[in-house]
Write a protein that binds this ligand. Structure first.
Ligand code: DQA
Length: 143
């Protein structure tokens, strides 16, 4: 199975961006960890990041044709994007939502997620390990 792992705005700065909140690992480190685990689980992944809402939406549309599952950290678009939610509603396979930080422990505007209205599971506050946990779960769901 093919899994899209999508990352929203500012996650390109992971490791340098508020490390006290998001940790020291870079997004390249996260991608590498996901690639190792995916190989062990017999999954193929496509790993993307964008600061642009439409690019994330276009990748969800692409996933409709080629992917069995989507893991997404929508970053700030989590809390704002009806368009991304609508795109995810058109995808038929499992959708897992990841947040590195525990959004529920933070500002109240981070407590609401549009994407959670579609997600089959949500992970928050497990650091970058959350991506690996989501990938493990995705392997189970696609088995
Ligand atoms: C985040 C949490 C969001 O509230 C924030 O806007 C992000 C990252 C996380 O991974 O903890 O950019 O999705």
């Amino acid at each position: 199975g093919l899994v899209f792992i999508l990352n929203g705005p500012n996650l390109n700065l992971l490791g340098r961006r508020q490390p006290e909140i998001y940790g020291a690992e870079t997004l390249a480190d996260v991608e590498q960890g996901c690639r190792s685990l995916a190989a062990a689980e017999g999954l193929e992944i496509r790993f993307h990041q964008s600061n642009r809402e439409y690019e994330l939406i276009d990748w969800v549309h692409e996933a409709r044709d080629v992917a069995q599952g989507i893991i997404i950290n929508p970053a700030a678009f989590t809390h704002t994007s009806v368009a991304l939610l609508d795109a995810l509603h058109t995808f038929e396979g499992p959708v897992l939502e990841v947040h590195i930080s525990n959004v529920h422990k933070r500002e109240s505007f981070r407590h609401h997620s549009y994407v959670s209205l579609r997600a089959d599971g949500v992970i928050a506050g497990f650091g970058t390990e959350g991506y690996l946990l989501a990938l493990r779960r995705m392997a189970t769901l696609l088995r």
